[in-house]
Structures are given as structure tokens and as C-alpha cells.
Design a protein around this ligand. Structure first.
Ligand SMILES: *Cc1c(COP(=O)(O)O)cnc(C)c1O
Length: 456
């Protein structure tokens, strides 16, 4: 019997095929070899289990696609048709053009990152952005690290290593990606003491859980879940009073850290950062890329003495963020100092978009898609978007979507087609209909979608 594996083309032979010359001219040779080896190995494995050898045309198509793929950056822009505004898998908060310009200005050259132009000596990486945070939050001092998980870790390590911290049993939260409060507490060297019950914790429970080794009471925002029924947590002002009466610190992991009244964004009530600070919490931490609408960062705001301790902690250096983040954060924070300047931050603008605007967007997109892909059934429908990013899990934001069906093929196939374009389009499927929620669409997205569907 003939062994079909003998007829597999050799790598160097494949890479000389004239049909591939155009794409090969754009791919570095070493990368092309790696891609060709991978494709040949995949075909070999398939042939071993009984597949036929590909024809030359199939080889060419396969390699062209793989080599074109190799040219793409690994991190690519996508169209967010999911309606999840702070989609962690899609990069959370998009940044506004002015913020991006601020990042480019700093990243393209040298900057004052750690340089004081007045004295001509080394300056502080944190000072400028900390000042901005102080203005916005009303706290005495502030500090920025890589993300909020890092902020919690630094807070525990710098303030509670070797000591006890009391946390409500209803707030032993898992954020995802293995970030769980009990585990972070252990990593930071603190002993977690649980207070109260899963559904209810009272001030007295914190008191009972407190010993002479306790240094702080920590409140954690129930970001990505909601308790209903017979439930209750202690309001932050009461917690502050109780902790301070015992000479303890009151700390809070606020999670998303909203800086504008949530109602203006159509969200459920939750304390803003400014309110938590005003309530007297000694230190609060929150994310830069959730409801703040900025870059990935972890922000700590609170009493100067505590912030100074954090800055001196050896972990601070390991958790610090880079100049691009600081430039972006500084520029985003300015938006909050300009009255309703927050409208320029894309995630906040998306949340605040009126339903009628979304309906108009859906109508225009539907008309465009009907023209681009006459074979599809296209309709506009009322849907619910989500905040995402572990913020306000329970809130359904009324929105409009375009629904797409192919009478012949599944919504899954349509969805895979849209994901496979140069700019992937991500929607969601409900009852075998592909939905593209219009809330998170940005300029140019409608064209990306219609161009891709025109080739369906
Ligand atoms: C999101 C969240 C975190 C983690 O924040 P990252 O910025 O993603 O690291 C921590 N705690 C709470 C309560 C959160 O909601």
C-alpha cells in the first residue's frame, strides 16, 4: 500500500510555490517556515487518521490564510456588539481620542516621568497623578498601581502583614481569574477573620471578630453578584465609626469606583468614591478601567499616613504602572474636573446614551446591513445591555440591537463568519438569532460589519 504521507510537500518546496509568492513577500522568512511547518504537521496528523491529502489549491488557500494571520498583530481591535460596556475579555474601557493623544505625546519621546523640571533633579512618578486624584476624590493623598487586584494586595501587605483583618462573610468575593479576597489576604500575609453570616453581617459581628491583633476592618464591594432576600451589610459610615472607636483602620475595596452619581449613568445606587472618602474610610481602592472609564490601573485614595506606608512597601515597586498608564489616567481624571466632562469618556457616554439614540443607531445599521447582505433576515429589537467588568451585575440597561438570521444557516455560523474578519465583530446569540447590540458601537464599526457581511 502506498503511504500518502510520502506525498506531503517539503517545507522549502512549499515556500517556493509561485501562488504563495505575494503573501510570502510580506512575511519574514523565519516566520513563514514556522507557519508552514505547523500547517504541514496539522495535515500530517489528519492524513494519519484517514483524511485525504489536500489538493494544491487547498494547500495554497490554507497557507495563504495562515500566513496572512501571521502578519496580524496578536492584539487586535474588535467591534463590540455584545452590549457589555466594560467587557473584561474585550479590554474593558475604550479610551477617548484626547486621552490617546496624551499617551502618544508621552510615549513617543522622553517625559517628566520621574524628573522635576524646576529643580533639575529626580522627581516623583506618582506626584502629578496623585494630585489629580486628590482633587477628584477629596482624599488627602493617593497612589496608583497596576490594577485593583494589585492595590488590594499592596494595601494588605503594607498595612496588615502579620496582623488580623476582619471581613464580612458576605464579602469574601471572587472577582475571577483566581482573585479571591481570602487568597489575596493570605498572599499579603494577613490573617483573615470572618464576621457575620453569608447573607447578613451586623456591626456587632465585626466587634465580636475583633481581637488585640486586629488592625483593620475591610469592606469589599459585591461587584459581580447580588444578594436578595433576607440580607444586610453594614453601611460604610457605621463601619468607619465602629472601627475608629476601637483604634482600627476602616479599608474598602470599592471595585469599580464610580466617580459620578450612578443615576446619571442609568445605574443602581452605589456609593461613589467621593462619598466613601467623605464617609471617613482610611483607604479605598478601585479600578482605573471600570466605571472610571480610564486605563487599567489600581487607585488607592485615603489618609496621607497610610499612602506613605504603601509607597515605602517593597511591593510598590513591583506593582507600579508605566508612563502610558499614568498619562492616560491623568487625562481621564481631568474630565471629572470639567463639570460634565465625563461625557467624553467612552464607557460613561455609552452607559448614558438615551434609548432613542440607540434605536436610531439600530435602524440605520439594519438598513445598511439589509443592503449589504440581502439574503439575511434583518430586524431591530429591544434588548438589555450590561455594565460588565464586575460592576452592577444585576442592572439591565434598556438598549436596541440588530438581529440577523440566515434562513439557510445557523446563527453560530454567521457569528463565526463575523468573528473571522480582519476586524472581528463580536455579537451574541439568542434563539438562533445573532444580535448586535448598538450601545457599544464606535465610529466606523457599522462599516466594518456591513463590509464583512457583504462577503457572507
Ligand atoms: C474588579 C475588582 C477587583 C479587581 O480589579 P482589577 O482592576 O481587575 O484588578 C478587585 N475587587 C473588586 C471588588 C472588584 O470589583
Amino acid at each position: 500500500m502506498v503511504n500518502p504521507l510520502r506525498d506531503l510537500p517539503a517545507i522549502d518546496e512549499l515556500l517556493r510555490w509561485p501562488e504563495l509568492a505575494a503573501v510570502l513577500a510580506r512575511v519574514p522568512h523565519r516566520q513563514a517556515v514556522v507557519v508552514a511547518r505547523r500547517e504541514v504537521a496539522a495535515v500530517r496528523a489528519a492524513v494519519r487518521v484517514g483524511s485525504a491529502l489536500p489538493t494544491r489549491a487547498v494547500w495554497v488557500a490554507r497557507l495563504t490564510q495562515a500566513l496572512t494571520g501571521a502578519l496580524r498583530p496578536t492584539l487586535r481591535r474588535v467591534v463590540n456588539g455584545t452590549g457589555v460596556v466594560l467587557h473584561t475579555n474585550l479590554g474593558r474601557a475604550p479610551l477617548d481620542p484626547a486621552t490617546l493623544a496624551a499617551v502618544v505625546a508621552v510615549a513617543a519621546g522622553y517625559s517628566t516621568l520621574e524628573y522635576d523640571v524646576v529643580t533639575g533633579h529626580r522627581g516623583s512618578r506618582q506626584e502629578a497623578v496623585a494630585e489629580r486624584l486628590v482633587e477628584v476624590t477629596g482624599a488627602e493623598a493617593a497612589y496608583v498601581v497596576n490594577n485593583n487586584a494589585a492595590a488590594v494586595l499592596l494595601m494588605v501587605d503594607a498595612l496588615a502583614r502579620g496582623a488580623e483583618v476582619v471581613v464580612s462573610r458576605g464579602e469574601l468575593v471572587e472577582i475571577g481569574g483566581s482573585f479571591r479576597i481570602p487568597e489575596v489576604m493570605a498572599k499579603g500575609g494577613a490573617v483573615l477573620v470572618e464576621a457575620g453570616a453569608t447573607n447578613r453581617t451586623r456591626l456587632a459581628d465585626y466587634q465580636v471578630a475583633t481581637s488585640e491583633r486586629t488592625v483593620a476592618w475591610l469592606k469589599v464591594h459585591q461587584s459581580n453578584f447580588r444578594q436578595v432576600g433576607f440580607t444586610g451589610q453594614v453601611p460604610v459610615a457605621e463601619l468607619v465609626a465602629g472601627a475608629h472607636a476601637r483604634g482600627l483602620w476602616c479599608l474598602e475595596d470599592l471595585g469599580s469606583g464610580c466617580l459620578v452619581p450612578p443615576a446619571t449613568l442609568g445605574l443602581a445606587p452605589e456609593p461613589t468614591v467621593q462619598e466613601v472618602v467623605a464617609a471617613g474610610v482610611d483607604l479605598v481602592c478601585f479600578s482605573g478601567d471600570k466605571l472610571l472609564g480610564g486605563p487599567q490601573a489600581g487607585i488607592l485614595a485615603g489618609r496621607r499616613e497610610l499612602i506613605e506606608r504603601l509607597a515605602k512597601d517593597p511591593l510598590a515597586r513591583a506593582l507600579r504602572c508605566d508612563k502610558m498608564t499614568l498619562a492616560a489616567l491623568d487625562h481621564c481624571l481631568r474630565a471629572y474636573l470639567e463639570g460634565d466632562g465625563w461625557h467624553r469618556l467612552p464607557p460613561l457616554a455609552m452607559l448614558a446614551t438615551p434609548l432613542a439614540t440607540l434605536a436610531g443607531r439600530a435602524r440605520r445599521l439594519a438598513a445598511r446591513l439589509r443592503k449589504a447582505a440581502p439574503g439575511l433576515t434583518v430586524r431591530c429589537l429591544r434588548v438589555d445591555s450590561r455594565v460588565g467588568g464586575g460592576a452592577q451585575a444585576e442592572v439591565a440597561l434598556a438598549s436596541w440591537a440588530v438581529g440577523l438570521r440566515d434562513p439557510e444557516r445557523s446563527a453560530a455560523a454567521l457569528s463565526a463568519w463575523l468573528r473571522g474578519g480582519e476586524v472581528p465583530v463580536i455579537g451574541r446569540i439568542e434563539s438562533d438569532e445573532l444580535l448586535l447590540d448598538c450601545r457599544c458601537l464606535l465610529g466606523g464599526d457599522a462599516r466594518v460589519i456591513s463590509d464583512r457581511l457583504a462577503a457572507w
